[in-house]
Design a protein. Structure first.
Lengths: 258, 358, 293
């Protein structure tokens, strides 16, 4: 059963086709990884899904709903959360505040109630805090709860960004290079979390990743891109042994390499 | 040092962090209530002026310090509030109505300027609000049938429940009440989803958007709230000066407001108050020492604006946290004494956050 | 016929005023392109340049041309020092900190000029003061013509400098990519200070060209606000754009002053500016793209 579907999406910058007629389908409950050399168009696909860029062609279908024209600030509302390659947290707010901002789509208290901080606002705030604390406990971030993001080490920020995305309570989670900037241990930890997110929270994950160990550890299926085009799709093993993929990474034929 | 143990979520959402806060703020409030009974008319009037600027300062702090949008046109909002209030009073509308109407009308003006400028940031917004301010200033001068133009506009004496507020003391108390109200509303904003959305926009627009925050909505809201508070300050300012001259609301005044925010300390409500005290008291201080300065420096006409300029320059170069940052450092030094660490007050290097479009 | 002549007269006057706006705007743009800072004190630097020229020519009795060149050099040196001592420190701080810093510097310059030269308007004799040129039926002030000719000449010099000299090319390179320029061995910080020097020099030229038309006084720096309109019309990144923008603002302002009721002339440039920012924030000449994530 498919949760998300891209049908022939494309975008071009200047004369370059960054994403060229890409189609894929993500099944409910799986971890779907996108791999490819630098500049293959992986992050661009994320920017298309989260509607920062407009697709020139094709369609995006999420949960039976056409989101091709959804404004970017409503993408979270339909249940898609994302992280960023270079971390886009709110550096001058505390960790807890960052997670609470992730709860934004669930806040429905009226303007006047917020201005006067009526009991309805207080009740909602307490609920948001309970949910945020769940995420803090899930990711083991207790000791950093009140620290400013600007004062946290890079590895921790990466986890916080994951936590903020979880606070959205998404059905689909887009992870843009979750392991970049992390050391080997931290990367392995990230792998376990992604596994937990899939199994315990039942969230479907699309991941852009360079680290093949992590891709093998968590992915159900893998799509390989090069020059904005899909060159292979299948299980991690199938894709990694695909001649086109090897050619894309090594820049020659299999025979030449051997 | 004090450690906070949190046992309830309720604690997190309350305004005071601990009992000590209640005590000190309560003491401050009592002192403010008693002061007019102990001090002369002049000092009460000046302190009232500080309150009025603090109200506008809190409004601007919400916009600049928490939402990250700059405005060099807030003098225009002060002027709009002042004229709406005074013109309505002159038509016989009671003060208890003109004051909120001045605030609401100015808020509407704020939303009106906020909406079209949504796509702008930093520099462009500074320029746009500067232009807006000077257009409004010209309107005050030329729309003589309403504002009286350069002849000025005498502000009627307000009455509340039959009491005429003709002295400095009456305006002092009204300003104090409005300041407390504005602080309360702003603190509420900051502990609700709305305030967090503004902070998110300040720190990263792309990310705020992907959290489901409607940038246009919250930027316009921040503008409206900020302008509304400044409008309230304007209504009170009219009674503080008692005679409205159209050229009082110029760029210089806008720069003074932004000075409140910067010198006080960005991103802190305490900072807005500290800044207002500084901006109001500097001219008084100059007036006192004017005759004692050597070489006739004190009698130079450009002394006051240039001192504002100098302080602004020094704060941005050497103390970006403003007075509030200085206060926090001092507090830290005393509570941690003698265990002061060399690094504890060292600033973190901030790297260029380029707004250049690549 | 009279109407046409009148119109032409207005256009020439407007173009002259517009050249001044354009020159100030050019200073904004040069600095903005290189360092992403906007110098809100640019108008005040023009004022300082005008006063220095006044001192040299009217007070010390130098020849107009010698005095003007010297004044430009002194103002440029001042611009260099300003960057090297103060503005270099705030690179990388949020943009509005820089806005406030340069606003504060503007106040200080104004007060400094008030202390040094007083608060009265002053002027000095130029070869163009109170002279007219007659072209057919048209009588034009040489002062206005000198502004236009001076601006065109200055632009020619700047164009040659930026495209033909080593230093000019180095400046362009540093503006486009600081890091790459640095790796290529260009002393980027010195280059930035030199760019400040050039834009201060251009501001001084504006002050000197303006002096036969209007007197020099402490508050003439407020013209800088009108120059923002010029820069924005040009897209805040284009040097020819800012000059065209300046001329547009100048002419529109003159026409508004003649054809619209009193009071409209003063707001024209601001209205143009706001309309431009709202309707076409990328300017007439530049393209806009979003931040990369």
């Amino acid at each position: 059963m498919s949760l998300f579907e891209a049908q022939g999406i494309s975008v071009r910058f200047g004369g370059i086709r960054a994403v060229d007629d890409v189609s894929f389908e993500v099944r409910k409950g799986e971890v779907f990884s996108i791999i490819g050399p630098n500049g293959a168009g992986k992050t661009t696909i994320f920017n298309l899904i989260s509607r920062i860029y407009n697709s020139t062609d094709g369609k995006l279908i999420f949960d039976g709903q056409d989101i091709t024209k959804t404004p970017p600030n409503q993408v979270a509302g339909v249940g898609i959360a994302r992280t960023f390659q270079n971390i886009e947290l709110f550096p001058n707010a505390t960790l807890l505040e960052n997670l609470l901002i992730g709860r934004h789509r669930h806040s429905s208290v009226g303007l006047l109630s917020q201005l006067a901080f009526l009991p309805s606002t207080r009740r909602a705030e307490i609920q948001h805090r309970e949910k945020a604390e769940d995420v803090i406990a899930f990711l083991g971030l207790q000791r950093y709860r009140d620290a400013l993001i600007a004062n946290l080490p890079y590895g921790v920020r990466k986890v916080v960004e994951l936590g903020r995305a979880l606070c959205i309570e998404p059905k689909l989670l887009l992870l843009d290079e979750p392991s970049s900037g992390l050391n080997v241990e931290e990367t392995e930890g990230m792998g376990f979390w992604i596994d937990d997110i899939k199994k315990d929270l039942g969230i479907t994950v699309i991941m852009v990743e360079h680290d093949m160990a992590l891709v093998n550890q968590v992915s159900d299926r893998v799509m390989a891109l090069n020059y904005g085009k899909v060159i292979a799709m299948g299980t991690p093993r199938e894709v990694q042994t695909h001649p086109e993929v090897i050619k894309a990474y090594l820049g020659g034929d299999l025979e030449d390499a051997a | 040092m004090r450690y906070l143990f949190r046992t309830e979520y309720r604690q997190d959402t309350s305004l005071a962090r601990h009992g000590g806060d209640f005590f000190w703020y309560g003491l401050l409030l009592v002192a403010m209530i008693v002061i007019p009974m102990l001090m002369g008319e002049f000092y009460v009037g000046e302190l009232g002026g500080v309150f009025i600027f603090a109200i506008a300062g809190v409004g601007l702090m919400l916009l600049v310090g928490y939402t990250g949008l700059i405005s060099l046109g807030h003098a225009a909002f002060l002027g709009i509030g002042a004229y709406v209030n005074s013109v309505l009073l002159a038509k016989g509308v009671p003060f208890v109505i003109t004051l909120p109407v001045a605030g609401l009308f100015t808020a509407a003006c704020g939303a009106a300027i906020g909406l079209p400028t949504l796509r702008m940031s930093g520099l462009y917004l500074a320029i746009a609000t500067l232009a807006f301010g000077s257009i409004v200033g010209t309107v005050f001068q030329k729309w003589t049938s309403v504002t009286g133009g350069f002849d000025g506009f005498p502000v009627p004496t307000p009455t509340i429940l039959g009491f005429g507020l003709d002295g400095a003391t009456g305006i002092y108390y009204v300003s104090l009440v409005v300041l407390i109200f504005v602080l309360w509303v702003t603190a509420n904003i900051l502990r609700s989803p709305m305030g967090r959305a503004m902070v998110a926009i300040r720190d990263s627009e792309v990310s705020a958007q992907s959290m489901g925050i409607n940038l246009a909505r919250y930027k316009a809201l921040a503008f409206a709230l900020s302008a509304g508070m400044t409008g309230l300050a304007g209504a009170l300012f009219a009674h503080y000066v008692r005679f409205l001259a159209p050229d009082a609301f110029d760029v210089l005044l806008s720069v003074q407001f932004v000075t409140i925010v910067f010198v006080g300390g960005l991103g802190s409500l305490h900072g807005a108050i500290f800044g207002a005290i500084f901006v109001r008291l500097l001219p008084q201080f100059i007036a006192i020492v004017r005759d004692d300065l050597p070489f006739g420096i004190g009698r130079l006409p450009g002394l006051e604006p240039s001192l504002f300029g100098l302080v602004l320059v020094l704060v941005i170069l050497f103390q970006p946290g403003g007075i509030n940052g200085l206060w926090l450092k001092l507090k830290h030094w005393f509570t941690a004494y003698p265990f002061k660490r060399q690094t504890s007050s060292r600033r973190q290097k901030s790297y260029a956050k380029s707004e250049r479009l690549r | 016929m009279e109407d046409a002549a009148r119109l032409l007269q207005l256009v020439v006057n407007g173009a002259a005023a517009g050249c001044i706006y354009g020159l100030i705007a050019l200073g904004f743009v040069l600095i903005y392109k290189a360092t992403e800072m906007v110098n809100f004190a640019q108008g005040d630097i023009m004022m300082l340049g005008g006063f220095v020229a006044y001192s040299l020519i009217a007070h010390y009795g130098l020849n107009y041309w010698v005095g003007a060149l010297l004044a430009i050099a002194i103002t440029a040196a001042f611009g260099f020092a300003l960057d090297a001592v103060i503005l270099r420190r705030v690179i990388g701080q949020p943009q509005f900190a820089v806005v406030m810093l340069t606003l504060g510097l503007g106040f200080i310059f104004r007060a400094g000029a008030g202390i040094g030269w007083g608060y009265d308007s002053v002027g000095f004799n130029t070869p163009f003061t109170n002279k007219t040129a007659t072209i057919g039926q048209l009588v034009l002030g040489q002062d206005n013509l000198s502004i236009i000719v001076g601006t065109v000449l200055l632009c020619g010099v700047l164009y040659v400098f930026f495209s033909k000299t080593r230093l000019g090319v180095a400046m362009q390179a540093s503006s486009q990519n600081q890091l790459a320029a640095y790796y290529m061995g260009i002393p980027v910080r010195t280059v930035f200070s030199l760019i400040w020097a050039i834009s201060a020099g251009v501001a001084a030229v504006a002050g000197i060209l303006l002096s036969p038309v209007s007197m020099i006084d402490v508050n003439m720096g407020f013209l800088g606000i009108k120059a923002f309109a010029a820069a924005v019309i040009g897209g805040f990144g284009s040097i020819p754009g800012s000059l065209v923008g300046g001329v547009v603002v100048g002419i529109v302002e003159q026409l508004a002053g003649y054809y619209l009721p009193a009071g409209f002339q003063e707001v024209t440039s601001n209205v143009v500016l706001l309309a431009m920012l709202i309707l076409r924030p990328q300017g007439l000449f530049a393209e806009l793209s979003g931040k990369r994530v």
